[in-house]
Write a protein that binds this ligand. Structure first.
Ligand code: PGA
Length: 250
């Protein structure tokens, strides 16, 4: 069975004091998180170190939202996976659609980032998902297959065991439009079968496949009750402790 995970992607939101306050609110409610559900928050890179300090010794895990394709050197403005590891980040989102579209990240860039993260001992939260045009054109399964093959299929089964996959249809991110539970389940089953063909049954069944895209307390129960949905990657609703915890309780 795959680990149930609820991960919060804060994107470019919160000041240091606001981040501190949100983490404090979450920590005060950790007793209400169901057993077996792992909670991860991914604040902006600048706050990862202080958030890790706040969360040390608790069940709240901390990740970053992005890393560089290289390990060190002349890359002004970049932060490497090994730097994230040096402040004890445990996870890092990679391949988010906002990085793919706004910053033109290619599948090759994302593959390099996955490699950097695994080498640094950080678990990648690998995002994939199709645009509205791709879905309407009927190529959504092909698009997601290609994203996964290009960025993950070079890994060993053991390395794949450290990767979390998040299916985030681009048309559902931040739009208020969620994939229906059937649409999400159908794609999650497709992803799991890709992983099964490449890495074998045990890796496929143990990989957490999260749904992301306008997931909120009001739709989380239905989505998470689907067989191949092992939790969520939450954007907007992760900025509010009550909403994030309500989703974790779904
Ligand atoms: P959303 O974002 O929940 O605000 O749609 C999800 C994400 O981008 O990870």
């Amino acid at each position: 069975m795959a680990q149930k995970i609820i991960a919060g992607n804060w994107k470019m939101n919160k000041s240091l004091s606001e981040a501190d306050a949100l983490v404090s609110d979450l920590l005060s409610e950790m007793d209400n998180v169901p057993e077996g559900v792992q909670l991860i928050i991914c604040p902006p890179a600048l706050f990862v170190q202080s958030t890790v300090s706040q969360c040390t010794g608790t069940a709240l895990h901390v990740g970053a939202q992005n890393c560089a394709t290289a390990d060190s050197g002349a890359f002004t403005g970049e932060i490497s996976a090994s730097m994230l590891s040096s402040v004890n980040a445990q996870y890092c989102i990679v391949g988010h659609s906002e990085r793919r579209t706004i910053y033109h990240e290619s599948d090759i860039d994302i593959k390099q980032k996955v490699n950097q993260l695994l080498a640094a001992g950080i678990k990648p939260i690998f995002c994939c998902g199709e645009s509205l045009i791709q879905r309407e054109g009927g190529s959504h399964f092909d698009v997601v297959s290609r994203q996964i093959e290009e960025a993950l299929f070079h890994l060993s089964a053991e390395q794949m065991g450290s990767v979390v996959v998040a299916y985030e249809p681009v048309w559902a991110i931040g739009t208020g439009v969620t994939a229906s539970p059937e649409q999400a389940q159908e794609m999650h089953a497709h992803i799991r079968s890709l992983l099964r063909d490449r890495f074998g049954e045990s890796t496929a069944s143990q990989t957490s496949i999260l749904y992301g895209g306008s997931c909120k307390p009001s739709n989380a129960v239905e989505l998470f009750s689907q067989q191949d949905i092992d939790g969520g990657l939450i954007g907007g609703a992760a900025l509010n402790a009550d909403d994030f915890l309500a989703i974790a309780q779904s």
